[in-house]
Design a protein around this ligand. Structure first.
Ligand code: AMP
Ligand code: MG
Length: 403
């Protein structure tokens, strides 16, 4: 049996994950269900946007040169509304059309003046223009998008505005990657469901809830199982169920060196480990491999660590399953406003608050950085990426991953 890569660097861990991809098939969904999904094909617009020249203001449409006369009084010859089925009459010299936002520009007109800059004489059906007509209040056909143009690319994460754009382009259904069904299994004798009575030495189980949130944030589906006690027998049963029901399994807890770290133990004895332990802080214990053919991440039990490791390892793995699509990682360069503990051999992710008020982004610690301290993660808007050997000294710079 080849030796399991042990205590790998962060780039090595990513490389191993790249070599064991999860491939997701594609499907069509109604636009109503498109939010937070990931496009599986480039989308070409089915129409020009705008479809026709139209007014961006409620006001009057007329010939621009008519507005340059000394006292431009024009006769109002028609009204054009958005969506009106009637074909408007051409506008000629001395004429104006009352026009509503989104209504097509009558032929002959090439300028608009908003209603508040016009004086209307209803009795005589005339309008006095108090300013020169504006050509820029005409939205030109195709100025946003032309028919056939690709506006959303394969891999796009569908945000509220991109869902709107799909509709603008004429798509009632959209091609997307199937969501991975991700099973989440917490382990530990001490864990109790929040809301239940705590017995002696028990704590509330939080990881499965946080991880389920991260799974949904990534655009996938979470299946949260009740936590499993520290027993190889129980763990085996739960892992088998999760492997049957899910595309990917995330466990939390039980992956360190301790005697009760049974996820690591069962994976060593009965699973197929591709790496165990990564040179990152917090969260050095994770493992990745397969349980009966289903990919599995063994995440650390400490709540802040499991979250950070999801962002550092699981999120890139999920992005790869959709050809690099989905929510992208966003990094910025920050200056350390205080000194941070770094490490000679580890990539260090400290939870930081980024002050954006000055010329340069300043990174402050969110407080005690214990790997069990979820509150410091809640307060954070980024994680430092202090490369191995970085001094971590106040005033130095590093990259940070925006949360
Ligand atoms: P372990 O990796 O199992 O040794 O767990 C490390 C630490 O994280 C211990 O203090 C556990 O009590 C805690 N822990 C493990 N799993 C969870 C969980 N699902 N929710 C909250 N804390 C956990
Ligand atoms: Mg444990």
């Amino acid at each position: 049996m080849p030796e399991t890569p042990y205590f790998v660097s962060y780039p090595e861990a990513l490389k191993i994950l790249e070599n064991h991809p999860l491939h997701l098939s594609t499907e069509f969904v109604h636009l109503d269900d498109g939010f937070n999904r990931i496009l599986s094909k480039d989308l070409e617009s089915k129409v020009d946007d705008p479809r026709f020249d139209n007014s961006s203001m409620d006001g009057f449409a007329f010939r621009h040169e008519d507005s340059l006369q000394p006292q431009p009084i024009l006769s109002i010859v028609q009204t054009v509304q958005a969506g009106s089925k009637q074909i408007s009459k051409p506008i000629t010299e001395g004429q104006a059309a009352r026009i509503m936002t989104g209504a097509p520009i009558p032929t002959g007109a090439n300028a608009i003046l908003p209603i508040e800059r016009c004086k209307v004489d209803e009795e005589n059906s005339t309008v006095l223009l108090t300013e020169e007509g504006k050509k820029h209040f005409i939205r030109k056909r195709g100025e946003n998008l032309s028919k056939g143009q690709i506006a959303l690319m394969k891999g796009a994460h569908l945000t509220p505005s991109s869902i709107g754009l799909c509709a603008t382009m004429g798509y009632g259904e959209i091609p997307v990657f199937r969501q991975a069904k991700i099973g989440i299994l917490s382990t530990g004798d001490e864990l109790q469901l929040p809301g239940e009575k705590l017995n002696k030495n028990e704590i509330y189980e939080s990881n499965s809830f946080g991880l389920a949130g991260l799974v949904k944030w990534s655009g996938h589906t979470a299946k949260r199982y009740d936590s499993v006690v520290d027993s190889l027998h129980e763990l085996r049963i739960k892992l088998d169920t999760a492997a049957d029901e899910c595309d990917l399994i995330l466990t939390s807890g039980g992956v360190s060196m301790g005697d009760w770290d049974l996820v690591r133990k069962i994976m060593e004895e009965e699973g197929d480990i591709k790496f165990w332990r990564v040179k990152i802080r917090p969260g050095s214990p994770p493992l990745f491999g397969y349980w009966k053919g289903t990919p599995i991440f063994g995440l650390p039990g400490n709540p802040a660590s499991s979250h950070v490791v999801f962002r550092m390892l699981v999120a890139p793995y999920l992005r790869a399953s959709t050809g690099g699509g989905g929510i992208q990682e966003r990094r910025v360069r920050v200056q350390l406003a205080e000194s941070f503990k770094s490490d000679e051999n580890f990539l260090v992710m400290r939870r930081i608050k980024v002050d954006v008020s000055g010329d340069q982004l300043q990174a402050y610690s969110t407080g005690y950085q214990g790997s069990g301290n979820l509150n410091s993660l809640v307060l954070a808007d980024a994680l430092t990426l202090l490369e191995p050997g970085h001094s971590g000294e106040k005033g130095t710079w590093c990259e940070a991953l925006l949360l």
